[in-house]
Design a protein around this ligand. Sequence first.
Ligand code: PLP
Length: 384
Amino acid sequence: MTASQQAESRHLLQVYGQLPLEATSAQGVYLHAGKRRIIDFYGGHAVAALGYAHPALLAALGKQAKTMYFQSNAVALDVRAQAGDALAAFAPAGLDRVFFVNSGAEANENALRVACRATGRSRVLAIEHGFHGRTAAAGAVTWGAAKSWYGFPRTPFDVDFIPRDDTARAREMINSDTAAVIVELVQGLAGAYDLDSAFVLAIVEACRRSGALLIIDEVQSGVGRTGAPFAANLYGITPDMLTTAKALGGGFPCSALLMTEALAGTLKPGDLGTTFGGGPMACALVSTVIEVIRRDQLMDNVRLLSAAIRKSALVGPVEGIQGRGFLLGLRCRRPAKDVQAALLERDVLVGLSSDPGVVRLLPPLTLEKQHVDKLINALSDIGQ
Ligand SMILES: Cc1ncc(COP(=O)(O)O)c(C=O)c1O
């Protein structure tokens, strides 16, 4: 079946709004649609950290597929141990234990379960406008889900939302009833809104004081995207747990829950589980993604080009820029969806966000200056 027939299949559930675009292949930072080459500043929701068809990823995929295509967690694997070591070494100090799963929501689901079990408490706090995934627990802590798509008759625990950047309310709300506070330091879907440092530090302090566990959701912001290994590094904090996914396997589905040694000590065999998580293909790619980010100094590239975008992107419809590294929100004078459509006509793909005025940029970490120039020219060309 061709991509175009598939796109028209009556068998696929129509649950996605889709772009007027049918990609047939992809290479580097480009999507190919027929004769068009489109620069991908969206990266498939922040997944394509090394772009498309990166030689190191292709080599790791081929090698691992020939060596061992799949094996479960019932069997110890060197490739899994190596991925765990690489991720723990890359993560903020103190997050020494790793549990590999498959998606961002699944990593958060497990983090929330661990928090409720370890504290014996049943209230979880999240931040207004945060997004944590579509499963029962992750959706319960996602702002706005209950009113739109959540669907379950009740949440698995009590949930309250702390107003964004309201330090006083954070101090008041986090108390000895709180099992966990889950925080997206740079709120991706909300338009790459980076939380205020004082607010984040107040949450850290209140968690320590009350015994609540701090979960940092870096499903979107993690693995070099902010110009640091994790946004937690930028904020100078070590949470009790950190979740990450998207970029982690460079496009191969995988995610991870990292935690402190102390928290890992509350778990015994049988407490958590997964069939596909920690599979050899995903693990080979996790190690490769981290290795290439380090080897090619991609976090330096992110910082350099993020600064270039900040310096030059206040053109055309853009009146403000927020976010960190390559997780940026361009605040526009006109509806973001119109700006997205106009950029796509000029062969530049950008993302939207839950803020109708913000266009989101999540390009591969391998982006080059020439691609930034193309974005700036396209923005200028579409005018105010
Ligand atoms: C911050 C954050 N957390 C969790 C998720 C859910 O991840 P997944 O779609 O892999 O379940 C997302 C997905 O966009 C996300 O951006």
